[in-house]
Design a binder for this molecule. Structure first.
Ligand code: SF4
Ligand code: FES
Length: 361
């Protein structure tokens, strides 16, 4: 099989974060600061990524600005010729730091948005004053003309504010708005009954985005990620396992997707022991679900198999109990009833919300 080089790498520089969003996709077993890769190792990994053909580097976390060396890391990535995107809550981005990051070659910022009012945003983010600080940072970004995407993670508690969210994104000068309904991995998986929007909310959101896309053509682009739970077919998670992107965790473990460590039958290699290229092309974990040869029935004979590659492995495990199974979101999947049951449970249960925590925020 001819394996292409990855296009994008997500570097989770740290799990530390001032916010405590209950939808966080970080694992519930968060890594402490002392486990994080040091500056030189990250710089080596960025160089290896560029050498093997990676074009885009997403610097993420946790909150990447929690790293004291974020400017040096940005500079190194830029010097390697990578397109750099800082995925941030904005907390910790002082005007001085923004200037330094810009001078170091930062190409783009993706700013998260928890809500359209301080009350809602601070409640979701579990951080009082976070909304006001974020608005200040958004103004500082606009003042400098740094290309900005707003990432609005949507769920039952804020999807009804979508129209105002769109207005705010325009006011803040965003070039792109991601309306991303929560995906249930990591911390979010514990909060499904609290976070899953209703079918009506989802349908209304689709209409609002479609209308806004037309109205704002040339002003702002949209990415809309609806909840899988109301779809007929799954998404091609990560564009297909081991085909376009890879994630590196704060301690240097290399993953095909952010929830891959939930699959107990796989083991993952580390940049401290192997080159990124060896891990991408040769490791067992990256080859486990590559391409379509491994697909079970009915995917094997389905004309969508090159479109969605059988869906998400981590979701198949989480909902159907088998990472090798067709994603149960698919209406043709033998395990689709597990999705129907999970949806019914999410709609009826009333478990309390659990905010992310690690005792080291
Ligand atoms: Fe995709 Fe498999 Fe469902 Fe076909 S059967 S739509 S390939 S998940
Ligand atoms: Fe792991 Fe989708 S999150 S394959």
């Amino acid at each position: 099989m001819n394996v292409p080089a990855p296009i994008a790498m997500l570097a989770e520089l740290t799990h530390r974060c001032p916010l405590a969003c209950p939808y966080c996709s970080n694992p519930t077993d968060l890594l402490a600061k002392e486990n994080e890769l040091d500056t030189d190792t990250w710089l080596r990994v960025f160089k290896q990524a560029a050498d093997m053909g990676v074009l885009q580097l997403h610097l993420s976390g946790g909150e990447p600005a929690s790293r004291h060396d974020i400017v040096d890391l940005m500079q190194g990535a830029h010097d390697d010729g990578l397109y750099t995107n800082l995925i941030t809550s904005g907390i910790g981005l002082t005007p001085r730091r923004l200037d330094a990051l810009e001078a170091a070659g930062m190409d783009h910022i993706q700013l998260s948005m928890q809500g359209t009012t301080a009350d809602l945003a601070d409640w979701v983010g579990g951080y009082k004053g976070g909304f006001d600080r974020k608005m200040k940072v958004a103004g500082d970004i606009a003042e400098r003309g740094i290309p900005l995407t707003l990432n609005a993670v949507m769920h039952r508690h804020n999807l009804d504010d979508l129209e105002r969210t769109i207005e705010m994104a325009v006011e803040l000068g965003a070039r792109r708005l991601e309306v991303a309904c929560v995906q249930f991995h990591g911390w979010a998986s514990q909060n499904r009954s609290q976070l899953l929007p209703s079918r009506e909310q989802t349908e209304s959101a689709k209409r609002i985005v479609a209308e806004a896309e037309k109205r704002l053509r040339g002003v702002m682009a949209f990415d809309f990620v609806p909840p899988d739970y109301y779809a007929d077919y799954p998404k091609a998670c990560m564009g297909g396992w081991g085909s376009a992107g890879l994630n590196v965790t704060p301690d240097g473990t290399v993953l095909p997707c952010h929830a891959a460590q939930t699959i107990p039958t796989l083991s993952f290699e580390n940049v401290k022991d192997k080159s990124l290229s060896d891990i991408w092309y040769k490791s067992e974990a990256f080859n486990a679900y590559r391409g379509t040869d491994w697909l079970p029935d009915p995917c094997q004979t389905c004309d969508r198999k090159e479109i969605d590659f059988g869906g998400c492995r981590c979701q198949a495990l989480a909902i159907a109990g088998d990472a090798n199974a067709t994603d149960p979101v698919c209406k043709l999947a033998p395990g689709h009833k597990h999705l129907v049951d999970a949806l019914a449970e999410a709609q009826s249960a009333q478990t309390p919300m659990i905010w992310r925590s690690l005792g080291q925020r």
